[in-house]
Ligand binder design. Structure first.
Ligand SMILES: [Zn+2]
Length: 269
């Protein structure tokens, strides 16, 4: 095969895309995926002692985005991961030494070895996410079941005045908006079903709670325009009242009411 022939093949092969530099967010994902250690030799990919993080790694293509003639012929029949060479599935963080070996001496065995590692990492992270979301759901259901124990008098506590501790939540409106949106997106049906189940039990009235949260918000808003602070204080209140160990679960429940009551309408729209 000549270089010219290969160039034509590369042009027609829709899997092979121009190299894209990973964003710093992507780099963090790749490093997290391998637990900051080279998945081939085990070397640490970052010197933690030094102030400046030393780059001891590269984000490598598993299937090369621009194969040489030798690579193209060697890797003729191998499996490729992801939609194209720039997909998350086709890249992995490895150390500089392993990267140069991988690049210059690609064998089918080496390729399949790295491919298998990446497949295992992808399965593990999918499993972790599923397990994590089950844990969060369990915590949410505990928080909601304990809502029935909060008396109306205690609900009135929600009308407390906001505390001006710091301004650290300033300029975080977008952040809180994104957070509420993603909670609502992921957990809305689950929270709604849990609430439906306890409505009317033990005198619990969802409308009363929703109304109380709305009043609380309105009163706090008169004193502070910082919606993030209000949101976190409401989540704190719920965490205290339900003795929940999961702050995230409490934020999810508050996000539901906040969204459902349209009290945060300006920021959730
Ligand atoms: Zn290595």
């Amino acid at each position: 095969m000549t270089q010219e022939e290969l160039n034509k093949i590369i042009e027609k092969d829709s899997y092979l895309k121009e190299r894209e530099n990973p964003s710093s967010h992507d780099v963090a994902l790749y490093l997290g995926e391998v637990n900051h250690h080279c998945p081939l030799c085990g070397k640490a990919l970052i010197y933690r002692e030094q102030k400046k993080k030393n780059r001891l790694f590269q984000i490598a293509h598993i299937y090369p985005n621009r194969p040489t003639i030798a690579q193209y012929e060697t890797l003729k029949d191998v499996e490729r991961l992801g939609g194209n060479s720039e997909s998350f599935e086709n890249k992995i963080a490895i150390c500089l030494d392993c990267h140069s070996t991988q690049d210059y001496h690609t064998t089918v065995e080496d390729y399949n070895h790295l491919l298998d590692i990446k497949k295992r990492l992808l399965t593990e992270s999918a499993l972790n996410n599923a397990i994590r979301s089950l844990d969060v759901e369990r915590d949410v259901s505990i928080v909601i079941s304990r809502l029935t124990n909060i008396s109306e008098m205690e609900l009135a506590d929600l009308n407390y005045e906001p505390v001006y501790l710091t301004n650290k939540f300033e300029n975080s409106e977008l952040l809180i908006k994104t957070r509420i949106e993603s909670y609502v997106h992921i957990y809305f049906p689950y929270v709604r079903d849990c609430l439906k189940e306890i409505d009317g039990k033990n005198g619990f009235n969802q409308q009363v709670l929703a109304g109380q949260i709305r009043n609380c918000y309105l009163k706090m808003r008169d004193r502070s325009s910082n919606k993030s602070m209000i949101f976190y204080q409401m989540a704190d209140w719920l965490k205290n009242k339900t003795q929940s160990t999961s702050r995230e679960a409490c934020e999810i429940v508050i996000a539901f009411f906040v969204q459902n009551c349209e009290v945060f309408d300006e920021i959730t729209k």
